[in-house]
Ligand binder design. Sequence first.
Ligand code: GLY
Length: 384
Amino acid sequence: MGSHNPHPNRRVIVIGGGVIGLSIGWRLAKAGCAVSIYERDCAGRSASWAAAGMLAPLAEVHLEEKALLRLGSLSLEMYPEWTAALEADSGMSIGYRTEGTLIVGVDPDDARELEHLYESQQFLNLPCDWLTGAEAREIEPLLSPKITAAISSPNDHQVDNRLMVHALIAAYRNAGGDLHEIAPVEKIEIRGEKAYGVWVDGVLEDCDVIVLAAGCWSSEIEGLPRNAKPPLRPVKGQILSLQMKSGLNLQKVLRTTRATHPADVYLVPKHDGRLVVGATSEEMGFDTRLTAGGIFELLRGAWEAVPGVYDLPIVETWTGLRPGSRDNAPILGATAIENLVMATGHYRHGILLAPVTAREIASLVLTGKTSEIISPFQLSRFAH
Ligand code: GLY
């Protein structure tokens, strides 16, 4: 496994200016490193912008993925302190909301799915309450009368991911970080199992450490040898937002758990009155087109849970590309190439995992040591 010499005043290049790259850059710049982020587009405008901002470690993870559940739970615990630090360093709010989440079943079949989820949450000692449909409607009166049962997950919180992008850019810059936008990295300069810098606009920018945090574009960058290419693919999500109004204003995050058709949806109310409804999950390569079917399924799923959405104006529709690795867990840590560190492949969990990723990757860059928290997520797990 490649390594590097720890030193606090390191020159670090981060490839990718999404929430992961910005969070790592912010932390390293605060620790005294000279950090440059190179972003192919505008910072935070890809998966970070497309996300819904839910902070729910168990929601999109299988119970068997213990290391990932632990990573998500650790990051969730970090959120109050992280939010306070980010808001102080940026002077901006990130819309952290703690009203919690209701996971609802629409049909009797869904109640059985919910029971499994409830057992998993209890097994993991996560706080949760089983509710009848009537009890759920007492908490969120806009829920459909068809809802048969629900789980209340008070610890599943949310942030406004778009506000978080703005805050991270400001905090990173305030800490002295350099942000280069519309500056795609053409190639990583690697000679003899060691990384020396990156090529941007025909110029070699040298550094002590490179952190590859370019989401689903991470494996597209030239120069990576086979043993340092992260196995990533884009997983398309279509998503939309509605404008809530008086009398049609949700407080909690809602998720449906459908045993059969239609697919699950989530409804995430934001402080600015938007209700974000997502998301499809499609293996379509780098295709980012919206489809009638995708938007139809989202609206149908949302309408079945909350019939009142029928009357709400549509504010925006968009797509995002989640960076999914071969096992859908992130790729974190040192690689076979000296001075090349990975922080990519966060798939559905980039917003949730930003605090823990930043802390652990910054510690690796500063000390040269891989913590046991991220050791299960190293690129080397794909070697065999
Ligand atoms: N975590 C939400 C999504 O990927 O759709």
